[in-house]
Design a protein around this ligand. Structure first.
Ligand SMILES: [Zn+2]
Length: 222
């Protein structure tokens, strides 16, 4: 075999190994990641992606009225177009996390592209991979860029247009101390559900995460 051919073969083998490595199905969020490194039993609300001005304002208004602080995992491309909305979220005392720039499914992308998607996204301590799909290699890349993964324990499925009744049912059925609930700023019925579900959670004797409790540096980094 010529040198060129063997080099090509080695290269393509290395490339396919790398691709395979990054394309593995996610290994599953650890318990720390599911609970976003929370150490208390309080419940954490999280809101992902992007929203219109009115969607963002309405959610911020309910959270302010109810004195709840939440985490927002925002897409970098949307944030760049709406700095005033990102500012209003952060100024209200909520925590903004990284959700990549363009929201691609990271599995199967090259390490370079994954790094770019994360490093050019919003700065902070927390990273939530789009669709929650990641593996150990992606976790390590995020960690290398200074981010800890924040997953969730309850998916409201608001992204699928799920009704208020159904979302409430799912959340209350799965609600446990330490829960992290996944919502989206653009969820069709999220704003309608929010005041009710906050009242439900409190009626269950659970606290919603106060402003400073869960977003310190994750223990893994201390
Ligand atoms: Zn998302």
């Amino acid at each position: 075999m010529s040198l060129l051919a063997s080099t090509k073969l080695r290269f393509s083998h290395a490339a396919s190994v790398a691709l395979h490595h990054y394309a593995d199905w996610r290994i599953g969020a650890t318990s720390l990641e599911k609970h976003c490194y929370k150490t208390s039993d309080s419940v954490l609300l999280t809101f992902d992606d992007y929203g219109s001005q009115s969607e963002v304002s309405e959610i911020l208004q309910v959270l302010a009225e109810q004195q709840v602080k939440a985490m927002f995992f925002l897409q970098g491309d949307w944030a760049a177009l709406h700095p005033e909305l990102v500012h209003s979220i952060a100024a209200a005392g909520h925590v903004v996390g990284n959700h990549t720039v363009t929201h691609p499914v990271l599995l199967g992308l090259s390490p370079e592209v994954i790094k770019q998607e994360i490093s050019q996204g919003l700065p902070g301590l927390w990273f939530r991979p789009p669709q929650g799909r990641y593996n150990a290699a992606i976790r390590e890349l995020a960690r290398g860029l200074g981010y800890a993964i924040c997953y969730w324990t309850i998916d409201s499925r608001d992204w699928a247009g799920t009704s208020v009744v159904e979302m409430r049912h799912t959340i209350l059925q799965e609600l446990k101390p330490g829960a992290v609930i996944l919502f989206h700023l653009h969820g069709a019925h999220t704003r309608e559900l929010l005041p009710t579900i906050i009242a439900d959670i409190r009626k269950d004797g659970l606290e919603l995460t106060p402003s400073t409790e869960s977003w310190q540096l994750p223990p893994a980094y201390l």
